[in-house]
Design a protein around this ligand. Sequence first.
Ligand code: AMP
Ligand code: GLY
Length: 425
Amino acid sequence: MRVLVVGSGAREHALCWAIAASPLLTKLWCAPGNPGIATVASCVPIGVMDFPQLVAFAQDNEIDLVVPGPEAPLVAGLTDAMEAGGIPCCGPTAAAAQLEGSKTFTKDIAEAAGIPTAKWERFEDAEAARGFVRRRGAPIVVKADGLAAGKGVVVAETEAQALAAIDAMMDDRVFGDSGAAVVIEECLFGEEVSLFALCDGETALLLGSAQDHKRVGDGDTGPNTGGMGCYSPVPAFPPALEHAAFERVIRPALAEMARRGMPFRGFLFAGLMLTADGAKLIEFNARFGDPECEVLLLKLKSDLLPALQAACDGELRDFDLRWHDKAAVAVVMAARGYPEAPESGSVIRGLDEAGTVPNVTVFHAGTKADADGTVRAAGGRVLTVSATGATIAEARNAAYRAVAAIDWPEGFCRKDIGWRALGRS
Ligand code: AMP
Ligand code: GLY
């Protein structure tokens, strides 16, 4: 098979790493990729939103399967563009990717499918939204309706914070048109987990779950990020609860999407809150999680590529994936200043040494390489250091041993990835 992965993060590096191991693979490309991905795939300098060029490249190179990583091209119709060009693409259409692209759409699906979620209301009028917040009081959650690069959610502890969020989103349009409408919802309390399935439009295959660490600082302090590290399995979400959430959240969503004539294909990611009343849906994403992908793929025993092809071909019904019975931990290394203003250009040394730590794989995200091979930081999240072990503690120790081998004074990471899991045991 000739495969094209689209994206340039550590998630896409992990996808490429897994696909490159497949005996079914003839050749692997990644657009645009990064220096880490370049060790397992041929990188093509085409941006993820440049659909005409991506489609032309796929046609010229007789690509058998496109595997998209990030949400923005999916929401904008990458899968539709590939299909129109006759290229199979293992991702949701733009219509199906509304599950991530529109909070209102997701809430609508959740309601129609009976999926447990926070009570909510949608407002297109800022004054009405403010009135609702004043009536309900805090804590309360304010969300920009559209995509806002993971920043469009304010969990307001006070009424004033909620009102300020409405001003910023609706009046000042800090997220552009994504703030034309807001969703205001009940605040849920509990531990968060990310649950994943691979879908073919009709059948969903459980990929497992992981717990991310969204705040930038140790002890869950500081601003939200794309995710600073994660681990799997999640002790707070044992197999029985995972299975129940799969049946109550993933399956009904898939059925409702099919019923509406927009069958969902590709990776489906349910962000859940484990409340006292059971798991409740916070959001859907139409893609694999990052860094969740970098732990779950380390646990996958089966070949990923035939599963992706089966998802694309609507043949997951009789498919099975096997998993290693071990734990995995990922520690994200970010450039100083992340998430507000990451500094670019600093030199990263010691990557080879880190890669020799047993059971560790280092995935690249925002890196670039000089002509002489020197690797530099070129983004916010720069590396994901992933490790496996018999237990979370073992995997975490291996990951931090590799982090210690990386000589990058301008980078930082959280030192407490897995603290909730370790606190339980
Ligand atoms: P989202 O972009 O929807 O994932 O939201 C970002 C973060 O906001 C989530 O990971 C949660 O930590 C938090 N959040 C979102 N919705 C709620 C809610 N209804 N109650 C409590 N926290 C929430
Ligand atoms: N790690 C959370 C996400 O991928 O959105």
